[in-house]
Every structure is written in C-alpha cells, then in structure tokens.
Design a protein. Structure first.
Length: 316
C-alpha cells in the first residue's frame, strides 16, 4: 500500500498531515477517540453537544496527555448551556474550533479575536453565504446522507458541495458519505480540500461505542438508515433503521429530544432500541472495523490510486 502526501489549504491552516476531520459526535467524540484521530494525522475534535461541559473540560485536558498533535473543539451552539466554555477553550490554547447548530455570527468574532481558526458547519448554500459573511475561515459542508442532526430540507453532497464551492472562496471540508479514498477523491473533484468522517470513525476500533452498534453498521445496507422528524417539531436527523426509529418515522415524535433520554444505553450499553443510533447512509459501504490509522492510511492510498487513474484517462 503506497501512501501519499496531500497538501491543501486545510492541512496548512490546521497543521495536520492528512486533510481528514473527525465528526463531533455527542458523547462519543472525546479523548479516547479524538486522540487516536490526531495521532493518525487527522484532526480530532472534542464534542460539546452532550451538554456535559464539566466532563468536556476534563476531556480537553486529557487530550494534552494523549497526543502532541493538533486537535480542535466543536461548539454546538444549540446545546451550550454555559457560555463560559468559550473562555475555557480559549484559555486552553485550542487553535481550531468548529461551530454548528446555530448562527455563525454568535461566536465567530470572539473566537477569531482570540486567534482561533473557525469553521462553521452548513447544510445549504444560504447557510454557507451567511457563515462566510460572518468571517469564518472555512466551511464544513454537510450533505443530507450523513448521520446525526440535519436540516429538514436536506441536500445531497453531490449537489451541495459544488454549489457551495462555486459561490465562496474559503476552503471547504466535505461531509456526508465519506469513508474511503474513492469518496474522498469524489469530494475533491467537487471542489473540497478536506473531508469529515463520522460513521466510518464511529465504527473504528478506537471508537468507544458498544460493539452492537458497530456490528449493526457493518450489517447495514445503504437503505438501512431513516431520515426522521422532517416536519418537526425540533430538528430532523438521520439514524439507523430499528424498530424504534421505524415507529418514529411512521408515527412521528412528540419531542424528538426525548428519544435521547437513554443515550448511554444505546451508545455504550448496546441496546439499539433504547433510543436513536445516529448513523449515515455510508454504513452500507462499511464492511469491517479497522483502526483509525488503517482507515486513514488506506484512504490516502486509495485516493492516490483513484486520482492517478483519472489523470491517466485524461492523458495528463
């Protein structure tokens, strides 16, 4: 397996070896997983969407012992109960923040004034233009096929990424459906300069989630996720198909957030019927668990093979 070196605005801005960012998965994106991502050359991200800010503070401190590579923090604005978390992030010397689930004008100026690089997660062109106007350094452009919370009017990565790339000049990280070199090469062909992986990293050896969830991902077809709560109230989301999520699809949910009351039982207890297991459509392409390093090394090697083959086709 021949690895390649990729140099893009993403690697330059973030100081990482591989232009791969880890999704900020609530309760999951903590030091155990995120340090493995950073140590493998990508950008590990610590989550805040769990709302457990005291725990998050400890996880950020743990990262200093587990890796000497760059890592970042996601600020999921809708779930920030204590705005002082921004001061803590800044005081800890964090250099990279992704913001999501909210208005990009809310924290961007404060973070950039403190010298941080800020990328905002967007689900459509309107959100991208607003974020760029707010002064963000880059965008994570997330197609509707990705797992997790979604805009109710979802757009696929194949349409959304080039649409945004044609409209803005900041570097773009493609998210939604990315799990290997083939899909990474497609994202770069659409204009991206980096990729974000969620479900692929969720299923990795270092991921702290229960093996039942990993096994369900491996067994899944690309049709085995559901887009839930499209008409509200609350956000839409994409999740693994289970009896519970199928019921929610058919009957709706009075409060979608109530489906996350037993998150620990789902994520770490392995009872996939106790709540919702947020999972992307790319689960249908994942056939085995691997280490983060193996995933990243194979991704870069396959990226080189695919782009080389395409270059040969064009005679360049």
């Amino acid at each position: 397996m021949t690895n390649i070196t990729l140099k893009t605005r993403i690697t330059d801005m973030l100081g990482i070896e591989k232009p791969i960012i880890q999704a900020a998965m609530g309760w999951i994106a903590r030091s155990q997983l995120s340090s493995a991502v950073s140590n493998a050359g990508g950008m590990g991200i610590i989550e805040t969407s769990s709302g457990e800010l005291d725990v998050i503070r400890e996880e950020i401190l743990k990262m200093r012992d587990l890796t000497d590579k760059p890592f970042g923090v996601n600020i999921a604005q809708a779930f920030v109960r204590d705005p002082k978390i921004l001061d803590f992030i800044i005081d800890q010397g964090i250099k990279f923040v992704t913001t999501s689930a909210g208005d990009p004008t809310k924290y961007t100026n404060q973070l950039k004034a403190a010298g941080l690089t800020v990328f905002h997660v967007v689900p459509n062109l309107k959100g991208a233009l607003k974020a760029v106007e707010a002064g963000v350094d880059g965008l994570i452009v997330e197609g509707g096929e990705g797992g997790g919370f979604k805009n109710t009017d979802d757009v696929s990565s194949m349409v959304l990424i080039p649409q945004v790339c044609e409209a803005v000049d900041v570097p773009i990280v493609a998210a939604g459906g990315i799990m290997d070199g083939r899909s990474m090469a497609a994202a770069f062909a659409l204009g991206a300069e980096g990729v974000l992986m969620g479900t692929r990293i969720l299923s990795a050896n270092e991921s702290p989630v229960h093996q039942n969830w990993k096994d369900a991902i491996i067994a899944a077809d690309s049709t085995d996720t559901l887009f839930l709560n499209r008409t509200g109230p609350g956000p839409a989301l994409r999740a693994l198909r289970t009896e519970r999520s199928t019921r929610i699809l058919n009957e709706g949910a009075e409060n979608i957030f109530s489906e996350f009351q037993d998150t620990q039982a789902v994520y770490f207890g392995g009872n996939l019927e106790a709540g919702i297991a947020l999972t992307g459509q790319v689960a249908g392409r994942i056939k085995e668990t691997k280490s983060i390093k193996q995933i990243f090394d194979e991704t870069l090697a396959e990226f080189g093979e695919v782009t080389g083959r395409l270059a040969a086709l064009s005679g360049t």
